[in-house]
Design a protein around this ligand. Structure first.
Ligand code: COA
Length: 372
């Protein structure tokens, strides 16, 4: 990090939240007081979404209502399909979601009377279809049907991607992965969404801001970069010499380190375990061992631990998810955390407008153009 005063707002408390705690005592993560380990193994992603939106876990009836709403709100308006068809094939899918969100904000704008939760649920429901309609139109040459029989968002996503009923283990893993990515306090994209919401801008603008912020490789884009890194090694033996070279060149190794966690990312062992199970299911003898060799070397040489993005990369790889969709999956999940933060910001709003240390020239005499 740069040594400039105030750089990166590191260690600066920029507001309050009742949504999650990150890195208490260097390592924990709780959503509304519940540990990530419990949520990722015992709750569905839809229960987690409800928890983030409402502050409490749902009853059976409340969860059934949420499932009904999500199923109702999956449809893509024909104008949006048309826009998605016109976005180029080689656009980054994060740009597709950013543009799609913005377009939906024009088609179904937030009115003063709109319940903001309806928009949050609409976006949560529609993202898999928005992404995969565009994807299949350009890469499979098909206009897909965007409703599926899958009740869960995880199953719906995989069914749309694969065009058939998804594998049970894969649905479970995707569901858990969506929970792991759902919320993370004042991370860069959430903070960006709060800044946007604090100006009293509309819901879609705040989410569009967040997607643009998540796209960068130092944030959500790290899972794609981590996969490219892993694929750069063709054997475990190659890891040591090649990684040494990268570190000597002061390269950032994507999927390692964290601004807030000091001891470890509590999401990493959970996703690593899923990656291991999928590796076994797909008889992998390369990607997982190479990933572990990278993890060992990063710890031994730099004392850096893997963050959620590192083993998410191999997890998605084993599910045959195209690389460019890794970060958009993060959007399909993080929409829940972003929405919860927008609700919270709006409930007790103050314009977010920090100050800066001025490091430019002192006062200067202005010279008219003809005298310069
Ligand atoms: N690979 C190599 N070195 C790393 C590193 C990484 N992934 N993460 C941190 N470091 C090193 C830095 O080079 C720096 O070393 P220096 O003091 O010798 O210059 C030191 O550790 C501190 O790193 P810094 O980038 O200042 O910390 P930060 O708090 O600003 O960074 C991240 C946090 C996440 C941005 C950073 O760890 C990173 O870039 N990781 C890779 C991207 C990533 O995985 N992002 C997803 C986060 S969930």
């Amino acid at each position: 990090m740069s040594n400039a005063k105030g750089a990166g707002l590191s260690n600066i408390i920029a507001g309050s939240t009742a949504i999650s705690t990150v890195g208490v005592e260097g390592e924990g993560l709780n959503y509304r007081g519940y540990s990530i380990a419990d949520l990722a193994s015992k709750a569905s992603f839809e229960e987690v979404a409800y928890l983030l939106f409402e502050g409490e876990l749902p009853s059976k009836t409340e969860l059934a209502i949420l499932h009904e709403l999500l199923a109702e709100k999956r449809n893509l308006p024909k104008e949006l399909k048309n826009i998605l068809e016109h976005i180029p094939k080689y656009a980054h899918p994060m740009d597709v979601l950013r543009t799609g969100t913005s377009a939906l904000g024009c088609l179904e704008p937030e009115q003063d009377s709109t319940d903001q939760k309806d928009i949050a649920i609409r976006l949560l429901a529609i993202y898999p279809a928005m992404l995969l309609y565009w994807y299949h139109f350009h890469f499979s040459g098909r206009r897909i049907e965007t409703n599926t029989e899958e009740k869960s968002i995880a199953g719906h996503f995989l069914a749309l991607l694969k065009g058939h009923k998804p594998d049970e283990l894969e649905v479970k893993v995707m569901d858990s992965s969506l929970t792991l990515y759902a919320e993370h306090e004042y991370n860069a994209s959430t903070f960006a969404a709060r800044v946007s919401a604090s100006t009293l801008s509309d819901f879609y603008s705040a989410i569009t801001t967040a997607i643009g912020t998540l796209r960068g490789p130092l944030h959500g884009g790290a899972n794609e970069e981590a996969m490219l890194l892993i694929q750069d090694f063709s054997s475990v033996e190659e890891v040591e010499p090649k990684l040494k070279k990268r570190l000597a060149n002061k390269e950032k190794i994507m999927g390692f380190g964290h601004r807030v966690y000091a001891k470890g990312d509590p999401r990493s062992p959970i996703i690593k375990e899923w990656s291991l199970q999928l590796a076994a299911q797909s008889n992998d003898t390369q990607i997982f061992p190479i990933s572990e060799a990278i993890e060992t070397m990063m710890w031994d040489t730099k004392k850096l631990f893997p963050n959620l993005d590192f083993y998410s990369a191999s997890t998605y790889y084993f599910m045959n998810i195209p690389l460019a969709l890794y970060t958009p999956i993060f959007v399909c999940s993080r929409i829940t955390g972003w929405a919860a933060h927008i609700f919270e910001q709006r409930a007790n709003n103050t314009l977010i407008r920090p100050s800066a240390y001025y490091i430019g020239p002192g006062a200067r005499r202005f010279l008219a153009l003809e005298k310069r």
